[in-house]
Design a protein around this ligand. Structure first.
Ligand code: GDP
Length: 294
């Protein structure tokens, strides 16, 4: 489905023979190819332009190495740029408090509940005792889904199907976890199909009341360019701490990772790549840069 960028760039560089360094003229064509590759990978157009302008500045005047092709060299410069744009290094979640509270937010269908189960499983494997709080008060099916996942990974789920007050459920779950000496509570909240004022107010109220040490925004990587707008809206309201990029097992290059990091300036902390409970990994910027460029 995707052409190899390095080969494309080598073609664009075919007139370069005999020149000792990358010049203004030959970089212009190649930068266009890189920009197209980024947009194909779902990187936001504006972000792709900023990135390629930066790459252009960095590559001008660089000596062409004998050992690699100019295309490979530009791909390397681009990969390094994308890696640093995504924060350079892997960032962990913050678990503070007794119990530590993690709040999960995102649109309906983004993979919030699935991720909540996966994170619980991961923390449990690290030896931490975990409780899940089912605060999606609108969809009874969401509570059932969380219960099924909780059972699957062996973690208790606190739910009150008759209670329509998400703040109260979250607070009671935390009190219960404290009484049981659990170390971490993960609060799964309600999402909507699109951003909606009432949903935002509700999640903001939950966050205010429970003061989580980590608020994670979950976003479907397949939503491409829309992912950035959603991330921005959630961040403006919630000031979240990190992003979870889901459905990377689908056929997206994952360019949303770059746009989101650049636009909201928050680190991506986890990637989810399947429906199984172990299809979760921490986020490595370098690996994602390689994936985006292919
Ligand atoms: P929520 O509404 O945000 O809680 O989303 P869910 O966790 O219910 O996920 C919505 C759908 O996407 C479900 O069918 C999940 O099984 C599926 N899903 C969640 N995460 C992933 C993932 O990483 N990869 C794939 N392929 N499917 C996922």
């Amino acid at each position: 489905m995707f052409d190899n960028l390095s080969t494309k760039l080598d073609k664009a560089f075919k007139n370069l023979k005999g020149q000792g360094s990358i010049t203004e003229i030959n970089v212009a064509t190649t930068v266009k190819e890189i920009r197209r590759a980024l947009i194909d990978a779902d990187v936001n157009f504006k972000v792709a332009k900023e990135v390629t302008d930066e790459i252009k500045n960095k590559s001008l005047g660089q000596d062409i190495l004998i050992s690699v092709s100019p295309g490979q060299m530009l791909v390397k410069i681009t990969q390094d740029e994308l890696t640093s744009l995504m924060g350079g290094t892997q960032e962990n979640i913050v678990l503070e408090g007794n119990p530590a509270v993690i709040l999960i937010a995102g649109l309906q269908g983004s993979g919030k509940t699935t991720f909540t189960g996966k994170l619980a499983s991961r923390l449990k494997k690290e030896g931490k005792s975990v409780m899940l709080a089912a605060c999606d008060i609108y969809r009874p099916a969401a509570i059932d889904q969380l219960k099924v996942l909780g059972e699957q990974v062996g973690v208790e789920v606190y739910a009150e199907p008759e209670n329509k007050n998400a703040v109260e459920i979250a607070q009671k779950a935390i009190a219960e976890a404290k009484a049981q000496n659990k170390k971490v509570v993960i609060v799964d909240t309600a999402g909507r199909l699109a951003v909606d004022e009432q949903m935002m107010n509700e999640i903001a109220a939950v966050k205010d009341a429970i003061q989580p040490s980590e608020t994670l925004f979950v976003v479907d990587s397949m939503t491409g360019q829309d992912a950035v707008n959603t991330a921005k809206t959630f961040n403006d309201r919630l000031d979240f701490d990190g992003v979870v990029l889901t459905k990377l097992d689908g056929d997206t290059r994952g360019g949303a990772a770059i746009s989101i990091r650049k636009v909201v300036e928050k680190p991506i902390k986890f990637i989810s790549y399947g429906e199984k409970m172990d299809a979760l990994d921490v986020f490595y910027p370098e690996r994602m840069a390689q994936r985006v460029l292919g």
